[in-house]
Design a binder for this molecule. Structure first.
Ligand SMILES: [Zn+2]
Ligand SMILES: [Zn+2]
Length: 280
């Protein structure tokens, strides 16, 4: 069982961001010398690059097809209604807001499953285990096949979008927002995989979008995989990472959850074998 012995707030300082030097010292609340993790992560087997668990199945492909269809249906409804009503600016703005909200949602979700729950957690247990494995062997995400990487999010997107797709009246701005947001959330794991890729092997368009800040960049996401392992959670564009990390929103939420429920996030533990990157 993993044993922790670090101060409650001390784990957060210094952070691996360029803003560290501008921060004022914050009082530290000390914990008892040793606190045991209530739910230690399961022991994960080191995967092989050709491990069948990284391959797509027909079930994975079916969920990605359904999720993509639900997103494209919403965007099509928006486009048709926009052209009929000659209102292009509102839907375009709504789609951009949807893209921004998707980045924020990816950060909140990533923070939650990185830090709480276990493989036994209902519904998201597999994703929690996969993200823990990702921290230990980040390279596995570049070996995962497309549908294997996206199917869990695609399934959630399909069931969320289905009621909206069935709405009889198409509001172009609403469907632009919903389609863009859901599409970016579904694709966030692909954007994440590209952030782990070698630039020379990525499509030139992807590298260009990363350098423009449209997609999360390799350097930015790389900081998430280095100590103290508690920042840069957003994986669509990374636009929210600076705001969230400088305002310490997640650290405050972790404090509230610990003081209210006594639950410690995994990022408070020392960079132990569950977090440290292993070699390929
Ligand atoms: Zn993570
Ligand atoms: Zn990663």
């Amino acid at each position: 069982m993993a044993i922790l012995s670090r101060p409650l707030l001390g784990h957060c300082f210094p952070k691996a961001t360029s803003t560290t030097n501008h921060r004022k010292p914050t009082p530290r609340l000390l914990l008892p010398p040793q606190v045991a993790l209530d739910n230690p992560p399961p022991s994960l087997q080191r995967p092989h690059p050709d491990d069948p668990s990284l391959h797509s199945t027909w079930s994975h492909r079916a969920w990605v097809a359904l999720g993509s269809t639900s997103v494209l249906l919403s965007l099509s409804k928006s486009t048709i209604a926009s052209l009929q009503s000659h209102t292009l600016l509102e839907p375009a703005l709504a789609a951009y807001i949807g893209y921004l909200i998707a980045d924020l949602a990816s950060g909140v979700y990533h923070w939650a499953i990185d830090n709480y729950g276990s493989s036994n957690t209902p519904i998201v247990g597999d994703q929690i285990q996969a993200f823990q494995g990702h921290h230990k062997w980040p390279w596995t995400i570049t070996k995962r096949q497309f549908s294997n990487n996206l199917h869990a999010l695609a399934r959630s997107v399909f069931f969320t979008m289905l009621p909206f797709d069935l709405l009889p009246n198409a509001n172009p701005a609403f469907h632009a927002f919903a389609g863009a947001c859901a599409g970016c959330i579904m694709m966030s794991q692909q954007f994440h995989a590209w952030a782990h890729g070698t630039k020379s092997r990525l499509p030139r368009m992807v590298v260009a979008l990363q350098e423009m800040g449209v997609l999360v960049a390799t350097e930015e996401h790389g900081r998430h995989h280095r100590p103290p392992y508690n920042n840069n959670y957003c994986i669509v564009s990374g636009a929210w990472n600076g705001v969230l990390d400088e305002s310490r929103v997640f650290e405050m939420l972790e404090m509230v959850l610990f003081m209210r429920f006594g639950v410690r996030p995994r990022s408070w533990s020392e960079p132990n074998e569950e977090w440290a990157e292993d070699e390929v």
